[in-house]
Design a protein. Structure first.
Length: 202
């Protein structure tokens, strides 16, 4: 519920929800599973503008995730792959909410590399991570670089039918239209590719 509140931009109760969940999990979960509860609290704190507390929890979640090698997770927790990459992805979201686009980009890149490993088998989540990474590059004014990253995301989205993928591609197209007006050559061809994706996945 805490993650969902942040995803739909209604974060009013997310700190309380995340803290309650963490309280219930503490002492009952291994380091990998616990890292998912800690990173949720970190993200909620970031959305609440409590940057110093969020940074402390980010470090704790990362340390826990690094200790999770070989841990067997419940089915629902393992759906997002390794805790290490899930923590990287949510770390990026936390940093984005704190407007630290440089480090958010690095964390999305780490998540994409991790999810892209053959052992993970998460092409959709890899594509989403790349799409978000491109957003962070664009936020820093690295427009050509963002186009290159989105090109990789589109290739992985091919054949993926999901609402989240459709929303990401639509968002990419909105930014590409702006890039075209600024004279970014790579944006025009990529925008056409994204349009073709939308037509094929409608």
């Amino acid at each position: 519920m805490a993650h969902n509140g942040m995803d739909i931009r209604q974060p009013e109760h997310t700190v309380a929800l995340a803290e309650r969940a963490l309280t219930l999990a503490d002492g009952r979960a291994g380091p990998g599973l616990l890292s998912l509860f800690v990173i949720c609290r970190a993200r909620a704190l970031g959305h609440a503008g409590r940057g110093a507390e969020a940074a402390s929890e980010l470090r704790r979640a990362q340390d826990l995730a690094l200790r999770s090698e070989g841990e067997e997770l419940p089915f629902w927790a393992g759906m997002s792959g390794s805790p290490r990459w899930a923590v990287a992805s949510h770390t990026a979201k936390t940093l984005r909410s704190l407007r630290d686009h440089t480090n958010a980009e690095k964390q999305y890149a780490a998540a994409a590399r991790g999810y892209g490993k053959p052992s993970e088998g998460k092409p959709r989540i890899t594509a989403l991570s790349l799409a978000w990474q491109g957003q962070e590059q664009a936020a820093q004014g690295h427009l050509e670089q963002a186009c290159g990253t989105w090109d990789k995301a589109l290739a992985l989205f091919d054949g993926v039918y999901s609402d989240r993928a459709a929303k990401q591609v639509a968002g990419i197209r909105r930014q590409l239209t702006t890039f075209e007006r600024r004279g970014v050559d790579a944006a025009t061809q990529l925008n056409e590719r994204a349009r073709a994706w939308q037509l094929a996945h409608a």
